[in-house]
Design a protein. Structure first.
Ligand code: DGL
Length: 273
């Protein structure tokens, strides 16, 4: 018998910690009927200073965990894991896996007028040059200027997103980039959209700011629809949150970002997967 609720299985979303909630938030906004299982690797954050081998190992473990939750698609919300692990891990599972780099790059290529694009991200993301490669595949003429901004992550996590100290750090990291001709800047790290208004104020109106979360949620919608896997049920969606450490702190942070009542976050020993 045909199931007219569509596919009610959840979508798996993972990140190195809390930052991926900016992507989960966008998925909730654009796909309000989809159930979500979110995993934040709070025991091993930050990924941005880790090696490629470890980022691949962590991503594999998280995908094995999400498989136990019978997810129908996986979104790697973390830019660092998308940059370093996506190509490897997506070949190892039958579940569709998408990351944030291709959607973010596409949005930037569509937005730029002069082909000069800035990317702010973690050390590992910028060093990998994945954004540069993906952007150049889409527009071989594009010029990409990357800048690691590692202090943005702890500033957001410590609640300093609106603090003047953050303006100083933005100035220190991004002044050189402001001297260039970039007309588009990708916020290539999960936390940076939480600094969006300050970064926009720093660059002024001439620079278009791209948050890859928006296009990622659109891509997710597209692959679910193509595969006939949309959740067509009109029941309110449920979201479950799992972390590898500090569950209470995660819940508190999540409640400041999401309009969804996060409730209790569950602890998982991710090394067992
Ligand atoms: N989630 C990471 C990213 O988007 C930022 C935090 C980290 O370094 O793990 O790259």
């Amino acid at each position: 018998m045909k199931n007219n609720s569509g596919n009610t299985a959840p979508v798996g979303v993972f990140d190195s910690g809390v930052g991926g909630l900016t992507v989960a938030r966008e998925i909730m906004r654009q796909l309000p009927h989809e159930n979500i299982v979110y995993f934040g690797d709070t025991a091993r954050v930050p990924y941005g200073s880790k090696s490629r081998d470890n980022i691949i190992r962590f991503s594999r473990q998280i995908i094995r965990f999400l498989e136990t939750k019978e997810v129908k698609a996986i979104v790697i919300a973390c830019n660092t894991a998308s940059a370093l692990a996506l190509e490897t891990v997506k070949e190892e599972t039958d579940i569709p896996v998408i990351g944030v780099i291709v959607p973010g790059a596409r949005a930037a290529v569509q937005a730029t007028r002069n082909g000069i694009i800035g990317v702010a991200g973690t050390e590992a993301t910028i060093r990998s040059e994945t954004y540069t490669k993906v952007i150049r595949e889409m527009n071989p003429e594009a010029v990409v200027i990357g800048k690691p901004c590692p202090l943005f992550v702890p500033l957001v996590e410590e609640g300093f997103a609106k603090h003047r100290i953050t303006e100083e750090v933005i100035d220190i990291y991004l002044s050189d980039m402001r001297q260039t001709q970039i007309d588009t800047l990708i916020l290539g790290c999960t936390h940076y959209p939480l600094l969006r208004s300050k970064i926009m104020a720093f660059f002024g109106e001439k620079v278009h700011i791209v948050n890859p979360a928006y296009e990622t949620a659109m891509d997710l919608k597209h692959i679910l629809r193509e595969g006939g896997n949309e959740n067509l049920s009109d029941k309110a969606a449920s979201c479950q949150f799992y972390v590898s450490d500090a569950a209470e702190k995660f819940s508190q942070f999540a409640n400041t970002i999401l309009s969804y009542d996060v409730g209790a976050t569950k602890l998982v020993n991710i090394e067992e997967y």
